[in-house]
Structure formats: C-alpha cells, structure tokens
Design a protein around this ligand. Structure first.
Ligand SMILES: [Zn+2]
Ligand SMILES: [Zn+2]
Length: 760
C-alpha cells in the first residue's frame, strides 16, 4: 500500500490504484480544481495515472498547481500536442518529430509536405483555440513495443518509427497520449484536459535538423509559448518586446561599445573606446573593493605549458572545450589528435567528420577514413595514419610498432607527446595563481593569501553556441584564488558573498538568489573525503542562511572537487542570468602539493576558494547593457555630458564649459556642427548621453548652462533650466559618488511583476 509524505510533513496511506487526483480531492475541492499534475518521488506524473506501489517506505508526494514551475512545463508540452493536432488538421500528411517544452515555451519539429509559413500561424492558432475550447482529456495508454511501432507506422509517422527503432527496441512497452483523434507517442506527463491552457501564442518558425544532425533532413521547428493565464502571457510578450529593444548585440553596435570581426575571429570581442571605458570603470571599482578586502593583485601570461594543465587536470580532460594545443614540433600536433582518438575510441559524428577532413588535408588519407563504418575500421585507419606520420617525419617513437592494442598505442604515443614541448592557451587562471602561491614558503600567519587578476582565458565554444558578449571564445574573468586554512573557510566565504552583494547593489541589480550546489550523495564522481564534503557543504549552507539570502539548494550541482555557490540575477525585465560562482576546492591543493606551515611547525594542506563573481567582464558587460538598455548610470556612462552651443557665436564659451567639466574629472564632449540644436539633442538622446548642456547668449553672459537630463524624458520635462557651471559640477559629482541608478520605464516594471510568479 503506497504511503505518501505530503509537503506539510503529514503522512497518509492510500489503497492501491489511487490516483493523485483522488488524493487532491481528499485534501480539498479547491486543490483538486487547481491541480495540474503531481510530483511523486521526484517525478512529475499525470493527475489521473495510478500511483506506483513501490512497497515499503514513504514516498514524497505533492500536488502541482499553476503556481509550480514543473506544472508550467507540463502545460507547455501539452500545448505542443495541441499545436501538432491543429497542424495535422490543416496540413494533412505532416509528420511529427520531437515536441518538448523549453525554458520559455515549447516547440514541435514538423515535416510537412506543404511547408508551413509564418502567415499560417494565425490559422493554426485559431484551430488550437477550438481544441482548447472543447477541453478534451489527455488519455494515456500503453502498448507493447512491437504494437507501438505498428501503431505509429499506421499513423503515418515515419520519424516516430525511426525513433523507436533507434532507441526503444529494448523496452517492453511504450506509452501514448490520445486527445480526440490525435495520438502521439509520448512519455508524458500531460495536463488532465486541454481546458487548462489559459493563454498561448505561436511565435516563430525556424529550420531544425532531424535529431539535430546537420547531415539529416531539415524540418520546420514551430515555436510557441503557453501560460495558465492571459496576464502571464501578456507580461511575457512585453518582456520579449523589451528584450528585443535591449539586445546587447544591437545596442553594442549602435552605441559603439564593442564589435566582432570575422577576420579577427568569431567569439573574440573587440572593445571599442566607449565599451572599454565602461569596462575600465567597472574593473577599477572592483579593484578598489578588493584592495580594501585584503586581496593582492597578480598578472599572469595567456598561455602555459601543457605539463601545467596535465598536473591540474584541465588537459586533456577538457580538451574538447579548448583551443588545440600548440607544439613546437609540428609532428606532435598531428599525433596529438590521433592519440586522443586512439585513447577515446570513435567520437561523435561531428568530430569524426573533422578527423576525416584533417586526414585528407594532410595528404595521408590513403585509407579513405571517412568511408569506414565500424569503430575498429576507423581506429585501424588512425593507426595507419600514425605509422605514416612517423615514417614521413622520420620520428623516433619507440615501441609504437610493437604495441598490440589501440589502448597500448595511445599510451606509447602519450609518453612521446609528454616529452614534446607544448603550450595551451590558458583555459583557467588557477594553475598560474597556484604557482604564485608556491613561489614562497607560506606560514599559517600568511593565510589567507588572496590573489586577484582580471585574467583572460580561452575556450573553444562551437560556432553555433556563440552569442554576442555572453558566449565567447576569449574572456576576462574577474578571478581570484584564496588559499586559506580550513578554519578560515567560513569567514572568507562570507566576505566573498558580502562583496558580491555590495557590487550588485551598486549596479541596481537588487533581485537575485543564490544556488547552493551540493554533491549527489549517490554518485562517486567526486574527489575528497566524505567528512570534508559534509563540512564544506554545511559551511556553505550556513553562510548563505546567516546572510539571509534567498537561496535554493541543489544536489548534484557541485563541481567534482567541491561544493559551490552560483549567483542568479534577475534583470529589470525579469530575465534570469547566471553570473559566476564561488567554489570550495580540496582537490587542486592535493594535485599541486600545496602546503603551509602550521602553528605546530608541521606542513598542512590549505583549502582553495575559486571565485569569479561576475563570471567574465564580457558577459557581465553584456548583461549590464541589456539591464540598463544602454543607458548606463552616470558613474559608468562612457560619455557623461555633451555641450551644444546654439550657434557658432557661442562655440568658444561651449569649449570653456567643456574644459571646466573635464578638469573636474567628467567625460564630456561638445557638438559644434552647424546642424540645429533640436536635431543634435535628439541624436545625443539616442546615444544615451545622460546630460545635455545647451549654451547661448543668456548662458554665456551669466556664466551658466541650460541643462537637460535624459532620464527625465525626451521633451520639455527633461529641462532642468539654467544653472552655474559650479552647481552642475556639484550635481554630477554627487550623482557619481552615490552611483545613483537612473530611471526604469513603466512597461518594464509591469513585465517584472508578471515574471515574479515563477521566481523560485
Ligand atoms: Zn507528450
Ligand atoms: Zn580557479
């Protein structure tokens, strides 16, 4: 008999065959009405599906309503079914591929004999509305796998047949969901009936490959979103509109903050003078704070020896995410890839294609590598290739020819490679900082040692993953490594969190939470003793609780060497951004044999804390551009004020005002072109210049300027009137000193309110 443990801690036993709906009804009519699905032992299940009877023990159980994020995912996936049903009615013969819920909605990949166009979307929406109106139930049923295969085949759904053949032939049975005439192979869960869909919208159509494989058929991906209420949908659509206006890639170009050149390389940010100014101010601000908190600055180079990263474990462990290693001996580069292949076996399809292209390019592709089918054939070809390189380059790789298995060959090659001088573009700063720690004998009196650097690192992100400043191939972390005694861990964590909170507040990012990532107690992928982990995890949780921070605790989210804290910030239009992390590390101190001399005069092992609270300057600035919609607060604005003489006659006075402000430390320019002032003000407003200073006869004779504050608006309301230059300087000085945040618009506030519901 299943025994359920409810969220309030109460326990109830229910007879076999009970459905979550029955439990909801026994609790209350309102709950049963609001119920969407249930979470049973961590798994979301249908409201009308019988509870599993796993015998002994209490099973955690919760009814999910429109207030739960998981229920929203169920709703959205169900809306994907409804969309597919509508499409099949309007586009007979269409075939369905995959249709999951996503972070912000859902999609379905569809192969229609008549291609679906954007202007078909209203028609599909209309059909969906009819389906929702009828509020038919989603009914789950199961078939044995052969029956299931026959069913999808009868339904004319070839992609589903292929999917079963690929993935599920070993399963005894498969589940389907039926809604009216529409039947779909699906794991579920689903909402009880279509009437639960409060509001939805189809958003766009894009191309997508079957199984995301570029060598296979291109399908159409129909995107949409759905919510429990119209209000939530409206808030989301407002947010989308706002996000479009704030896109840092667009604003970055418009405001001349940064650029990316294909010739320099995709994912490599070129900071233009204005962007560099913003970044420089931010870096200066953080540096000042670090000095106050006992950090010491260091600088380290952009590359390091492969040996260094072999010691740290970053190479070859993360090699797929790194730029290829640089060897002094060109033969080593060729053999490095082959060694990797022999050691790892055949990799994914994309990497296999790269390997084939590489072997072709070297002219050693006499074995037609890419036409081989089996793993053994491919590895055999790699082996032939290695023998070819060794012969052509006349290399001395002892024992290679005698090695019998691919693993042995890989081991022999590795030994040879390890003797070759090689370098890696720095993927992480830690190993470099560790060697600064190691450069001196350390005593417990020296600890904590806090080494900080805006350290630039490189990762080889796939081209398709790159995105403006937020996904790049080279970035500068606001990095620091702390070497502390075990007793100092808690205080240092607290001080780190303090620092992040202070900086977030300074930037008006007041809505945030932290995520505490713990190890998965059932996994053995973590290094270090259990009691060290327990201790570290407890410390992290207590620190977060003591600071009164909004937080979530997530098992399985730790790094393999220690638990961590992530910051998740919500920007002013309600989107969440993950910033950097604070991580506790017991592993690298062991790998690098770090020590300090304790009060007992014996060597002890320090603990490391890695922290880069903003992740990277690139990403952080990208987020700030979107958060402020390019209109930075005065202290960050690359151009703080612009002077406009109303005619040539007052240019001289304008230049004098400009010089006075510059003398007072402000970033100011003047516009002395012949165009009319109204036009020039408009331009400055588009360029998000906070203060516009107009000078003419009146101002010149009184020694004043007429001031417009962009934050107040675009029309007359922006006029602050004439004020003496000294008064203006006082005003600007105060605003900078207080790091005052300028305005946010009404639409934005509304979007935030709408987004609030699923905050936790
Ligand atoms: Zn489904
Ligand atoms: Zn680190």
């Amino acid at each position: 008999m299943p025994t359920l443990k409810l969220p309030d801690g109460s326990v109830r036993s229910v007879p076999p065959g009970t459905r979550p709906r029955d439990v909801a009804e026994s609790i209350g009519k309102r709950l049963a009405q609001a119920a969407v699905a249930a979470r049973v032992d961590g798994v979301v299940r249908d409201l009308d599906r019988e509870l599993p009877d796993n015998g002994a023990g209490e099973v955690p159980f919760a009814i999910l309503t429109d207030r739960d994020r998981e229920a929203l995912d169920v709703l959205r996936h169900s809306t994907a079914h409804i969309m597919a049903r509508a499409v099949l009615r309007l586009f007979p013969g269409a075939q369905l591929a995959f249709g999951p819920a996503t972070e912000s909605g859902f999609y379905y990949d569809i192969d229609s004999p008549t291609p679906i166009r954007e202007d078909d979307l209203p028609r599909i929406e209309e059909e969906m509305r009819k389906i929702i109106q009828e509020a038919e139930p989603f009914e789950r049923f199961e078939r044995t796998t052969p029956e299931a295969r026959a069913l999808v085949s009868d339904l004319g759904q070839g992609y589903k047949v292929e999917h079963i053949d690929d993935k599920f032939l070993g399963e005894p049975s498969l589940s389907f969901y039926r809604q009216g005439e529409f039947i779909d192979l699906c794991r579920g869960p689903h909402i009880p009936n279509a009437g639960k869909v409060g509001a939805f919208k189809l958003l766009s159509i894009a191309g997508a490959y079957w199984k995301n494989d570029a060598t296979r058929k291109q399908l159409q991906r129909l995107y949409g979103t759905a919510f429990f209420s119209k209000k939530d949908l409206d808030a989301y659509l407002t947010q989308l509109e706002e996000a479009k206006k704030r896109d840092h890639r667009v604003l970055g170009k418009q405001l001349k903050l940064f650029t990316i050149s294909p010739l320099v390389g995709s994912g490599l940010i070129l900071w233009m003078p204005k962007g560099a100014t913003v970044r420089g101010i931010l870096e200066g601000f953080i540096k000042d704070e670090l000095l106050k908190r006992g950090y010491e600055p260091v600088y380290t180079p952009h590359i390091g020896r492969l040996e260094l990263y072999r010691t740290s474990g970053h190479f070859p462990y993360y090699r797929d995410a790194q730029f290829p290693p640089m060897y002094a001996n060109p033969a080593a580069s060729a053999l490095d890839l082959a060694q990797h292949r022999l050691a790892a076996g055949v990799l994914d399809e994309k990497k296999e294609q790269e390997m084939a292209a590489f072997m072709k390019a070297t002219g050693l592709d006499v074995w037609a590598y890419d036409s081989f089918g089996t793993q053994e054939e491919k590895l055999g070809a790699v082996n032939q290739y290695v023998l070819g390189v060794i012969e052509v380059m006349n290399l001395d790789v002892p024992d290679y020819a005698q090695a019998k298995t691919h693993a042995e060959r890989a081991a022999v090659l590795l030994k040879w490679l390890e003797q070759q001088e090689g370098f890696l573009l720095k993927p992480m700063n830690c190993p470099h900082h560790i060697h600064i720690y190691k450069a001196e004998a350390r005593s417990y009196r020296d600890l904590p040692v806090r080494l900080a650097e805006f350290g630039t690192v490189y990762r080889y992100e796939q081209t398709g993953e790159l995105n403006g400043m937020t996904r790049v191939r080279g970035f500068t972390q606001d990095d620091a490594h702390l070497f502390v005694t075990p007793e100092q861990v808690e205080a240092e964590l607290k001080s780190n969190l303090d620092l992040v909170l202070f900086v977030l507040k300074s930037l008006g990012l007041n809505d945030y939470r932290v995520r505490v990532g713990l190890r998965d107690p059932n996994s053995d992928k973590y290094v270090g003793a259990a009691e060290l982990w327990d201790n570290a995890q407890r410390t992290l949780i207590e620190t977060v609780q003591n600071l009164g921070l909004k937080h979530t605790i997530e098992e399985g989210e730790a790094a393999f060497y220690g638990p961590k804290i992530d910051f998740v910030v919500r920007d002013c239009i309600g989107r969440e951004w993950q910033l950097g992390t604070v991580q506790l590390d017991y592993n690298l101190p062991v790998r690098f044999n770090l020590e300090y001399v304790g009060p007992d005069n014996r060597p002890h092992r320090p603990v490391m804390i890695h922290r880069a609270p903003f992740g990277s300057m690139e990403r952080f600035c990208g987020i700030l551009i979107e958060h402020f919609a390019g209109a930075f607060p005065l202290w960050l604005a690359p151009e703080q004020a612009r002077v406009f003489p109303i005619s040539d006659k007052y240019a001289e006075y304008g230049k004098k005002v400009e010089a006075e402000l510059r003398q007072a430390g402000f970033r100011v320019t003047g516009d002395y072109r012949a165009d009319n002032v109204k036009y020039k003000i408009r331009e400055a407003s588009v360029e998000k210049v906070p203060y516009m200073l107009i000078v003419g006869e009146k101002e010149q004779s009184a020694g004043t300027v007429s001031v417009r504050d962009r934050a107040l608006g675009e029309g007359k309301e922006a006029e602050l009137g004439a004020m003496p230059v000294a008064e203006l300087i006082r005003r600007l000085t105060d605003e900078v000193k207080e790091k005052r945040i300028r305005q946010t618009s009404g639409a934005v506030a509304a979007a935030v309110e709408g987004g609030e519901k699923f905050a936790d």
